[in-house]
Design a protein around this ligand. Structure first.
Ligand code: ATP
Ligand code: MG
Ligand code: MG
Length: 379
């Protein structure tokens, strides 16, 4: 028993609370939006800004253990929470993963490869680095980016001035990365507990549309050697960074089987939603176990699965299609598990839910997606 405090009230917190309540824990969440996805299923929501010190103190008073569902947690709030309560994930992992340069150095120190990169402090440095790496290459802000925001794919030297000027407005360091001509993007989510136990979920093959995750396919379609290596890399990172809880590791896989880590997320990850029905243990249960110092559970895959994200524009057609697909058994061999996050406004591009398609073949799941006619316009 006990109460788990969650900084952030979005869908990751919601699914964490749903898993943790089944295990007997109580939940308190802090989020500025009333009736947030996590607030709806938690025992209590404190409605306040994330950096509100009084609200953070209130969260700390009520919770035996505190976790977060996003990585841009304010350093002052973190130290306040650590002083007033128990934050097993600590502040160091946040400090590392909040900043692309620190993160890359930590990954390299763990003995894992990242795309060649350079710290950029001036337009002249950028020009020099673009010449060295060749085009295309990718300029990124060191902090604050998500869904491809804060990035510029530089396709020729002519773009250097504009790219530098645009991204330096973010007032953070910049990093240039060599472009990896990947065959696939994959991710591995690893868990580590305070006792030092580590376990990795099966690698997911991820397809993005407009820089937002569209599909996760598991098992990822790559050789077992590559998949084992990807899982080993994630475990090595979890150990080297002293992770408590989950670490999601995004990677590029090239045609000749090379793996490069792209970035990390120290929390449950969208590409791990497939675990909810397809694995013996979900990423959310595993995270609760890790932060509560329980033994980690078996992450093994029960069935092949394709997860498809449901954005604002997909919700209405999905609800119609689900009824039709199920009553007419339109796609045999596919069982669709629909998850909706309880968000009121179905804005275009907003993550509203996901569907886990449990299946005996990826082809059947793809047929389900195609027949639904829902995701056509996003391709
Ligand atoms: P997220 O929403 O996953 O946090 P983000 O904004 O932090 O995204 P990245 O994951 O760094 O951004 O990059 C977004 C996407 O851009 C990647 O998934 C990949 O498809 C592409 N990309 C990023 N860096 C590179 C690179 N060095 N080479 C090739 N493609 C890249
Ligand atoms: Mg990111
Ligand atoms: Mg990413």
């Amino acid at each position: 028993g006990g109460t788990i405090g969650v900084l952030g009230g979005g869908q990751l917190g919601r699914m964490l609370a749903l898993a943790g309540r089944a295990m007997g824990y109580r939940f308190v969440t802090l989020d500025p939006t009333p009736d947030a996805p996590c607030g709806q299923v938690a025992d209590q929501q404190i409605v306040a800004a994330y950096h509100d010190a009084a609200a953070a103190r209130q969260l700390a008073e009520q919770a035996d253990v505190i976790t977060y569902e996003f990585e841009n947690v304010d350093a002052e709030v973190t130290s306040l929470l650590m002083a007033e309560s128990y934050v097993p994930q600590g502040s160091r992992l946040l400090y590392t993963t909040q900043h692309r340069l620190r993160e890359k150095r930590a990954i390299e120190a763990a003995g894992v490869k990242v795309a060649p990169y350079a710290e950029i402090a001036s337009e002249a440095e950028l020009r020099e680095a673009v010449q060295r790496f060749g085009t295309p290459c990718v300029l990124k802000t060191a902090t604050g980016g998500y869904d491809g925001k804060g990035q510029w794919v530089i396709r020729s030297l002519d773009e250097v001035a504009e790219a530098y000027e645009t991204l330096s407005r973010a007032k953070t360091e910049l990093v240039l990365e060599q472009f990896i001509h990947f065959a696939k993007e994959i991710s591995v989510i690893a868990a580590r507990s305070p006792r030092g136990e580590v376990k990795a979920f099966p690698a997911a093959e991820n397809v993005h549309v407009n820089n937002i995750l569209h599909l996760s396919i598991v098992p990822a379609r790559a050789s077992s050697e590559v998949l084992q290596e990807a899982e080993r890399m994630a475990l090595r990172i979890a150990e080297a960074l002293d992770v408590i809880g989950l670490i999601a590791v995004e990677m590029f896989l090239t045609a000749d089987g090379e793996l490069y880590v792209n970035e990390l997320a120290p929390r449950p990850h969208n590409s791990g939603h497939y675990t909810m029905e397809a694995c013996r243990t979900s990423q959310f249960e595993q995270h609760v176990r890790a932060i509560c110092n329980l033994p980690l559970s078996d992450p093994g895959l029960l069935t092949p699965v394709v997860m498809v994200n449901v954005l604002g524009e997909h919700v209405e057609p999905l609800l119609d299609w689900i009824v039709k697909a199920e009553s007419e058994q339109a796609v045999p061999g596919v069982t669709a598990k629909v998850h909706l996050y309880g968000k009121q406004e179905a804005k275009t591009g907003r993550k509203m839910g996901h569907v886990n398609l449990l299946t005996d073949s990826v082809e059947s799941a793809n047929r389900w997606i195609e027949l639904s006619n829902i995701w056509k316009s996003t391709k």
